[in-house]
Design a protein around this ligand. Structure first.
Ligand SMILES: NC(=O)c1ccc[n+]([C@@H]2O[C@H](COP(=O)([O-])OP(=O)(O)OC[C@H]3O[C@@H](n4cnc5c(N)ncnc54)[C@H](O)[C@@H]3O)[C@@H](O)[C@H]2O)c1
Length: 413
């Protein structure tokens, strides 16, 4: 079985490596030269995603820039990015480019698997594009499946071999071929049609987005009433069989925020999702206002924001809300504004006037008057005593929406 994975980013590369480990002959295709250099030459992962060191070292996976020799390929798995445009609309530029190129090269008997997350009806669009560009009919001469990725970044190795695989197809041959592909990973296969597969993926993420909005609205209402959100959560959940399972925080990131947009693009009356979006998006501004309400004007303070990636212990900054809290803090004209994140590259931090970026936690907090924990990296919990020492001994204030320091209070100091 020979597989070409097109787009070897955070989804495509772990998948290609998992297929390679399971014995398939795999090539990757990616236009990003840094990814090709990391995998082909340095034999390292270009981003944080543990567990693939051995297969990378083996050199079993090579990544090329273009789809060229297609003759011996059985499966083309498409894992290019599908970001949102500014106006709640999926950007299908990369998908369209790949499908048009592939359509001109595809041979009879080959299968295309859509793995990128897409809005409803995108697989139907891909089918039409493929048929137009190739002159072949899907289901008879070439084959197509929508097999969305549902892994958690940072846990790809574990989840690729454990999560049931949704296989959306509309003809029996595509169905059997897609099933055979994912049987390589030894996972349970669940069959459905294209639209169901697309909606399953989106609702997996959107439901989490809405759950987090519940905790976020609880936090905002509690803080407005001068109550402690974590105390409310503790009491609502203690020995109660129907607990609130989400916690407050900055809810964003390339999957949750984007996938909410994909559903809302297609369904104008998805009000509950729009409300979740508004709640989650307002948390940065709410916390800046709450800090001002508690401690007054921030302009005389040295302010430090801890964490820039969109999630804990990750180096991915796409769609993070940390940059939003930085912008709101910047508008308060603090004496000094510092951002610390030990996992994120300096190049990934947007340029902002008067902003200093550092990897070093001690440096970042040494003269801080106000610390905002924007990402719940485990380092901050590990450094609890040091950070609490700044509150107890130096009069520093901390905004800890994640309860990283385990005090149960969001506004400390
Ligand atoms: N990151 C996640 O945790 C996650 C989880 C589930 C699903 N998804 C979905 O998977 C898809 C990919 O996401 P990602 O996070 O891997 O994105 P990514 O940006 O990390 O990777 C996409 C890759 O595609 C490459 N690419 C773009 N155009 C190309 C072309 N014409 N030819 C070859 N390569 C090309 C890019 O260079 C990039 O390396 C998205 O639809 C995303 O929503 C992501």
């Amino acid at each position: 079985m020979k597989i070409a994975v097109i787009g070897t980013g955070r989804v495509g590369l772990p998948l290609a490596l998992a297929f390679a480990e399971s014995g398939a002959d795999v090539i990757g295709i990616d236009i990003n030269s840094e990814i090709r250099q990391a995998v082909n030459i340095d034999k390292t992962m270009p981003f944080l995603e543990p567990g693939f060191e051995e297969v990378l070292q083996s050199g079993k996976l090579q990544i090329r820039e273009f789809i060229d020799d297609v003759e011996d390929i059985d499966y083309f798995v498409i894992t290019v990015g599908t970001p949102l445009l500014h106006h709640i609309e999926t950007d299908l530029t990369a998908v369209t480019r790949v499908i048009k190129d592939l359509g001109s090269k595809i041979r009879k008997g080959q299968t295309v698997v859509m793995r990128s997350t897409t809005a409803p009806h995108t697989t139907e669009y891909v089918k039409k594009q493929l048929e137009a560009a190739s002159g072949f009919e899907v289901g008879k001469e070439i084959f197509l499946a929508c097999c969305p990725e549902r892994i958690l970044e940072g846990k790809a190795k574990e989840e690729l071999l454990a999560l049931p695989q949704i296989v959306g197809t509309e003809d029996t041959k595509s169905r059997d071929l897609a099933e055979a592909l994912f049987q390589m990973l030894g996972v349970e296969i669940m069959h459905c049609d294209y639209i169901t597969a697309e909606l399953v993926k989106l609702f997996n993420n959107v439901s989490r987005y809405a759950y987090f909005a519940i905790a976020n609205v609880l936090a905002m209402i509690a803080i407005d009433y001068k109550a402690e959100p974590y105390e409310i959560l503790r009491l609502t959940n203690h020995n109660y069989p129907r607990p609130i399972t989400s916690k407050p925080g900055f809810t964003a990131g390339t999957c949750l925020r984007k996938d909410f947009g994909m559903l809302s693009e297609a369904y104008w009356s998805a009000d509950i999702l729009v409300s979740a979006w508004r709640i989650n998006e307002s948390m940065p501004k709410f916390l800046v206002e709450a800090a001002k309400g508690r401690w007054g004007d921030l302009s005389a303070l040295n302010v430090t924001v801890l964490g820039f990636s969109f999630k804990r212990d990750a180096d991915d900054v796409r769609d993070t809300l940390s940059d939003k809290v930085l912008r709101y803090l910047h508008r308060e004209c603090p004496k000094k504004l510092v951002l610390q994140d030990h996992l994120v590259q300096q190049d990934d931090v947007p340029e902002m006037q008067d902003l200093t970026f550092t990897h070093d936690l001690s440096d970042a907090v040494s003269d801080a008057d106000l610390i905002v924990i924007a990402t719940n990296h485990s380092l901050y919990s590990e450094q609890r005593d040091m950070l609490m020492g700044r509150v107890e001994n130096n009069g520093c204030r901390i905004v800890d929406i994640w309860d990283s320091l385990g005090t149960g209070s969001v506004l400390l100091g």
